[in-house]
Design a protein around this ligand. Structure first.
Ligand code: AMP
Ligand code: ZN
Length: 487
């Protein structure tokens, strides 16, 4: 390999060489979903991005502990502890227990990620399974002087904290601007400062999901769960903390404050944030009403869709953008992704059939170096894909007799293309494309065309060739017989 892995760190605002705390090991925490509704395609983008990061770290030989939580309690509608509890609200709407909501949408989330071929995390802890740890952490923050109680609710004292530490270090926002843009407190508010947030919330008598605590019955705030669970499974200091960019100004800012106030350590060395999936330039989100469910995308049943797209087409479409760039949802881009994916998979398959020569007319090590350089540059999948397509072009040229490849190079290229395509990028064959059934079908069509040609029925033989081209399959008449390529 010709370069070392570099990662962009939101905290330092720099791309730097990745140096894990313990050689050979990586601890990575990614904020998981709030399971009160179906996972939309924007959520999927974030988890697919971290899946590639996880897969690449494994490929590089690290032993990775990937922790991704499930938020199944404590998330109010507003990120700053305003509004109704998301689970209670949905449970009322669907007339079920809050834990039925949690169960239903956790299953949905897992199913969506399974369809996108993401690997499960090493540990998937839930907020409700870690109430004791959250209470203990809250007690310590109070003891250290950074939180206070008002009528059974515990607030983090941002004002006090920000006199000693840079509260907005992660977002790089000006604290005064932040204060100006935050709602002023009124007579209804219990908290002392506008930016103070709840670590523990007193439960109203009718609230169903509540637990005993030193401050009476209540439930944890949203931010404390990630501090408690990351500390428990990865320690007070670990390597990577990730999530969507929308979590930077509040959730992750508060997580850092909690960890510093409790353990006196900034939890993660590298803060990694994925950019948003947008629709016509606007963030895809439930509240804006512009979100797709993955199932709608697969079936094509949505007003913004021309047709359905397979999970691997969607995954490929997402990999064509760098994880820190926005990605706008467009039908044309998905159609191009469909063709691109087929071309890549067909290229990987064709290597097996290539005839070998005594030497090679191009350098396999150069192809490998280019792909690794791209992935090492902050997991740059679009550039890596561009180099994989260069390789596919060369593979097709060998197939056409315009380039040649030695047996050793062929074996090396084959292993490399498979490893990157399937194990690192997490793509796979779907719907039997390029497999035995399609090969069988293509043989039948090619034979029919040959038959038409032998009878000098060129209208039919040309029709078959043109129709195949239209759907992205090219047939070629070569010395060795007729072959086909998915374009
Ligand atoms: P939530 O379930 O709302 O807590 O979101 C789960 C994850 O999805 C978080 O890391 C969010 O940042 C991320 N997310 C939400 N909307 C989008 C979007 N449109 N594009 C990419 N990631 C998103
Ligand atoms: Zn979190």
């Amino acid at each position: 390999m010709t370069s070392v892995l570099k990662i962009y760190n939101t905290l330092s605002r720099e791309t730097s060489v990745f140096e894990p705390i313990h050689k050979g090991y990586v601890g990575m925490y990614v904020c998981g979903p709030t399971v009160y509704s179906n996972a939309h395609l924007g959520n999927a983008r974030t988890y697919i991005s971290f899946d590639v990061i996880f897969r690449y770290l494994l490929h590089l030989g690290y032993k990775v502990r990937y922790v991704r939580n499930i938020t199944d309690a404590g998330h109010l509608e507003g990120d700053r502890d305003e509004g109704e509890d998301k689970f209670a609200k949905k449970a009322k709407l669907e007339q079920v227990e809050p834990m039925e909501i949690v169960q239903k949408y956790t299953l949905d989330f897992h199913e969506v990620l399974r369809q996108f071929n993401t690997l499960p995390p090493s540990i998937e802890p839930t907020a409700t399974g870690h109430i004791i740890e959250q209470i203990e952490m809250t007690k310590k923050i109070i003891a250290n002087g950074y939180a206070y109680e008002v009528n059974g609710t515990i607030y983090f004292d941002v004002e006090k904290f920000s006199k000693e530490q840079n509260y907005t270090a992660l977002s790089n926002r000006n604290l005064d601007d932040l204060l100006t843009n935050t709602r002023e407190l009124d007579g209804q508010d219990e908290k002392k400062g506008r930016l103070d947030f709840a670590l523990w919330i007193k439960a109203k008598p009718e609230h169903l999901m509540k637990w005993e605590s030193p401050w009476g019955e209540g439930f944890p705030g949203w931010h404390i769960e990630c501090s408690a669970m990351s500390s428990k499974y990865l320690g007070h200091e670990f390597d990577i903390h990730g999530g969507g960019m929308d979590l930077v100004p509040t959730h992750h800012t508060n997580e850092i404050a909690q960890n510093l106030a409790c353990h006196h350590t900034q939890p993660a060395r590298y803060w990694v944030h994925t950019n948003m999936l947008t629709v016509n330039g606007q963030k895809m989100s439930k509240s804006l009403g512009n979100s797709f469910l993955p199932a709608e995308l697969f079936s094509g049943e949505h007003k913004l869709l021309d047709k359905g797209y397979s999970p691997m087409t969607v995954r490929f479409f997402m990999l064509q953008a760098h994880y820190r760039s926005t990605l706008d949802f467009r039908n044309e881009a998905l159609q191009a992704a469909e063709k691109g994916l087929a071309r890549l998979l067909s290229g990987v398959k064709i290597i097996e059939q290539l005839k070998t020569d005594v030497s090679s007319s191009f350098s396999v090590s150069e192809i490998k170096a280019n792909v690794y350089n791209a992935l090492n540059e902050d997991f740059n999948t679009p550039i890596a894909l561009a180099h994989l397509f260069d390789a596919v072009r060369l593979i097709n040229s060998v197939n056409d007799g315009k380039e040649h490849l030695s047996a050793l190079d062929k074996a090396e290229l084959s292993i490399f293309m498979q490893e990157i395509t399937f194990n690192v990028l997490g793509l796979k064959h779907e719907n039997d494309a390029g497999t035995e059934k399609v090969d069988g079908l293509m043989k039948m069509i090619i034979d029919m065309r040959a038959d038409a040609k032998s009878k000098k029925d060129f209208t039919t033989s040309d029709f078959i060739r043109d129709q195949l081209k239209e759907i992205g399959i090219e047939i070629k008449d070569g010395k060795e017989g007729v072959s086909y390529t998915i374009l």
